[in-house]
Structure formats: C-alpha cells, structure tokens
Design a protein around this ligand. Structure first.
Ligand code: SF4
Length: 322
C-alpha cells in the first residue's frame, strides 16, 4: 500500500476585500499518495490555484488567509509551522510548477543558476557538487546536452524546453509532493503529450506524488489516477479517473464531461453549461450549482448537500445521489 504524503482536511481560505470576505476555498478535503497523481479540475476561478497556493502557504498577504482546516504533509500539520520552518519545507518536501515558464523563469540568470539556487538552499552543497546536481536535474527532465545547456538563458530555449527547466527547478531537491498548476496549457498538443509522458516517467523513478491542477478533462484522462471536481470553492465529486469518466454522478461533472469536444460529433453544436458560478462574496445557502442544474429541486436551494461515499471512495455532494 502506498504512503499518504498529503492529507488536506476541511481547508478554508478567504480573501478579505473592501467588498467583504471572498471564500475562495470553502471546506476542501482530499489526499495524495506516493506515486499518485490527483487531479483538481474545474472552471476558472473555482479555487484550484488558491488551493495549491494554500498548500505552499504562499497566499498574497494580508488579504489572503487560511482560516481553517489542516494540511498534513509527511505526517505533520504545516499550518502549525513558523515562516522560517515553512521556507525549509518549500522546494524540499513540496514544490510547484506554474503555468507560464516565461513568468516563472528570471530572464537575466542562466537556467543553471536558477536551478542551483534551491539546491544550495536546501541541500547546502557548494561548487562542483551543485553543478553535478543541476546537471542531474536537467537529465531527469530529459534536456539534451545538459552540461552545455546549464549556461543557456531562458530566451535561448524553446517554450517546451523552458517548461522542462521549470520542472527541473521543481524536482531539483526531489520533493515528495509536486503541485503542477496547468503546466501544459501554454504548450502545443505534441509537446503537451511529451511533457505528460515525461512526468509519468519521473513519477515512476522518484515516487513523487503529484497534485495536477487543470481545467482540461483530456489531460486528466491521460495523467491522473484520481480526480476531485471543484465548483465555487468546494470539491463536489471525487473518484478514480475511470469512474469519473464512466459513471459521473454529480450533475456538474456530467456537464463538464459533456462540454469536451468530440471528433466524431463534428457537425453538432458544442455543449456549454448555461449561467455563471455564484459570487464567492455572496454564496447561496443551498447547493452552489443549483442555479445551473437541470435536476434542481426545492431542497437544493435551501440546504447544502452533504458529501456521501457511494462506494470505493467515490464521494459525491448532491441531494440526488444516495
Ligand atoms: S444538489 Fe440539487 S442542484 Fe445541486 S447538483 Fe444535486 S440536484 Fe443539482
């Protein structure tokens, strides 16, 4: 049985604005095991990225704050760590790949220097040993001729290679958990497929657990073992990837899967979910999907549905599901 690396319990993260409290993450729970990829999927602004930033405790302060819950990483609640202790955790036990490599890489430093930074900080190595580790990180991400590429600047590399460098920085200290926030969105389809295959390979050799944040169900199908579907700050359905595709039970999951374009349905109009998610400043008392749901009942508008386990860890929050 695989070890659980990350256990998130009833996490609440809010932003305090002039207009009021924005409940960006409102009672989210999930876990990620060693060698497992857990996908967090949902529309823009549903709370996926804020969940990732909360795990790293990198919220824009003072507006953004974790107001409740537990984040248990490698057996300890990291919400109880001091800022100094947390700095030692980032990069070493948990790291993150962001969507756009051009904004995550510094244009005036060589890629070698940028990878070396976290190796020096977390492993306390110096000189040739740092260079050896940088080369090994570039090799892990299958960057050709790593001995010479460490002297390249980001602008000398293609978009796909730059995204691999971002991956090399994240993996340089061999973290237990990697948060990948839409890492393939800026890549074309061929490079995207290579990047996914590369991370599956890295996972086999390093045992890293991956939290994969995406809005793309196609990527989820290729990359994830289990999935949590997020809507308006909450996870509404969690299951293995095959169950989510074969037997989705929450009406929002069904609608999201129906929105994926299919090659065999060329002449059909694309399906879209009518309406907008509720404002996170002013959430409704009942089910958050009620205003857009074709199965809505009176009860849905009054009370929030509880999370129900319908078997084998398939969790659904919907009054229609028993
Ligand atoms: S609880 Fe009601 S409104 Fe919400 S998803 Fe289920 S059926 Fe639809």
């Amino acid at each position: 049985m695989s070890r659980t690396i990350l256990q998130v319990e009833d996490l609440h993260t809010s932003f305090y604005t002039r207009a009021g409290e924005v409940k960006a993450v409102d009672g989210v729970s999930f876990h990620v095991d060693e060698k497992e990829t857990f996908g967090l999927v949902g529309e823009s602004a549903c709370g996926k990225t804020v969940t990732g930033l909360s795990l790293l405790r990198l919220l824009p302060e003072p507006a953004g704050r974790i107001v409740g819950g537990k984040i248990i990483l490698n057996g300890r609640n990291i919400l109880e760590l001091s800022k100094k202790e947390m700095r030692a955790v980032r990069g070493k036990e948990i790291s993150m790949i962001l969507q756009d490599p051009m904004t995550s890489l510094n244009p005036v430093y060589t890629v070698g220097n940028q990878i070396a930074e976290s190796i020096k900080l977390h492993q306390g190595l110096r000189d040739e040993k740092v260079t050896d580790e940088v080369i090994s990180a570039l090799r892990l991400l299958k960057i050709p001729a790593p001995e010479s590429r460490i002297r390249d600047y980001p602008f000398q590399m293609s978009g796909g290679m730059r995204q691999r460098v971002v991956g090399a920085i994240a993996m340089s200290c061999r973290p237990n958990l990697l948060i990948a926030d839409e890492p393939t969105t800026a890549l074309d389809a061929t490079i995207q497929a290579q990047y996914i295959a590369l991370f599956q390979d890295i996972q086999r050799t390093t045992n890293v657990g991956i939290l994969f944040i995406t809005h793309d169900f196609g990527v989820v199908a290729k990359m994830c073992h289990r999935v949590g579907v997020m809507y308006a700050g909450r996870i509404v359905e969690t299951a293995t990837t095959s169950k989510i595709f074969k037997d989705p039970r929450h009406p929002y999951t069904v609608a999201l899967i129906n929105s994926v374009p299919r090659l065999e349905e060329k002449n059909k109009r694309l399906f879209s979910i009518e309406g907008q998610p509720p404002s996170l400043l002013n959430l409704p008392p009942g089910c958050r999907f009620a205003a857009r749901c074709d199965k809505v009942m009176d009860k849905c508008r009054e009370q929030q549905p509880p999370e129900v386990d319908i078997g084998d860890g398939h969790l659904v929050s919907c009054w229609k599901v028993k």
